[in-house]
Design a protein around this ligand. Structure first.
Ligand SMILES: [Zn+2]
Length: 270
């Protein structure tokens, strides 16, 4: 089953049905609809790194949190750098990266087992990975672009949850959020060389287009590396959305030629 599109007031956002069924979390993946930012960040830009007014971004977070019924004081974000560092977030970290400067630096993956801590990661084409260990319980959010995917940040997040929280892979539900899919994600030789080095099954992941260009399946490669560490295929939900194909609904770095806002994933244990 794919992600579900919800509307609350002016805000549209996606949720993962299998996560909702557990009753353990509040969560959502934003769309660009319903915020206060002006072009090219219209409307619900959730990225502070853009040249958008900070006041607009804060108002957008307020609106998004209201829709998700999450206390915005619970939010915690890091700065993402396309590497493979994972941070164990605690209750004391709340507010970092949103209302005050974050000391969680150069980090693309956040995990926690504390309640009332709303993890935040942001996107515009890269792959969002949502994790929920239903037994511990514990959660994780991972930003995986092609570099993060090659460094196997998704796989490493599962291993870190096992080490830190005693999570067992068969108890972990995964959501793979909206991202640029194989229909639109054209890459050149340096990217393909990295894919070939990192994955023995690389030929399943790319389609040659000619003239030194390939199409890359970032969803499949993330799915396969999670299955390698024991995540059950039936516990993985794919969003069903390509950000570039659905530019009216999502910010897309490729489609908007770099002039765009940020989408956000938010996940919190109740
Ligand atoms: Zn597409």
């Amino acid at each position: 089953m794919a992600f579900k599109l919800n509307y609350k007031g002016t805000i549209a956002y996606l949720t993962i049905p299998s996560f909702e069924e557990t009753g353990l979390v509040k969560h959502g993946f934003s769309t660009r609809l319903g915020g206060v930012s002006s072009p090219p960040y219209h409307e619900l830009n959730l990225g502070f790194k853009k040249e958008d007014d900070r006041k607009n971004v804060l108002e957008n977070y307020r609106l998004f949190c209201e829709a998700l019924d999450i206390n915005q004081e619970n939010l915690v974000a890091s700065d993402q750098v396309h590497k493979d560092k994972i941070h164990v977030v605690t209750f004391e970290d709340r507010g970092k990266g949103i209302f005050k400067e974050s000391d969680i630096k150069s980090t693309d993956s956040l995990i926690t087992k504390d309640r009332q801590v709303a993890l935040v990661t942001y996107y515009a084409d890269c792959v969002p990975l949502f994790f929920l260990d239903v037994k511990t319980p514990a959660i994780g959010l991972t930003h995986a672009g092609w570099r993060g995917t090659v460094s196997k940040i998704g796989q490493k997040t599962v291993l870190k949850m096992m080490k830190e929280f005693g999570s067992i892979p068969k108890n972990i539900l995964v959501g793979i959020g909206p991202c640029i899919k194989i229909c639109c994600y054209e890459v050149d030789e340096p990217v393909v060389e990295n894919i070939k080095r990192a994955f023995s099954y690389w030929d399943e992941l790319i389609q040659e287009r000619g003239k030194g260009k390939w199409m890359l399946d970032l969803v499949l490669v993330n799915k396969k590396q999670l299955e390698e560490v024991g995540i059950s295929p039936e516990n993985i939900t794919e969003s069903g959305f390509c950000t570039s194909c659905n530019n009216d609904l999502f910010f897309s770095y490729r489609k908007d030629k770099g002039q765009t806002g940020s989408l956000a994933a938010v996940l919190q244990l109740i």
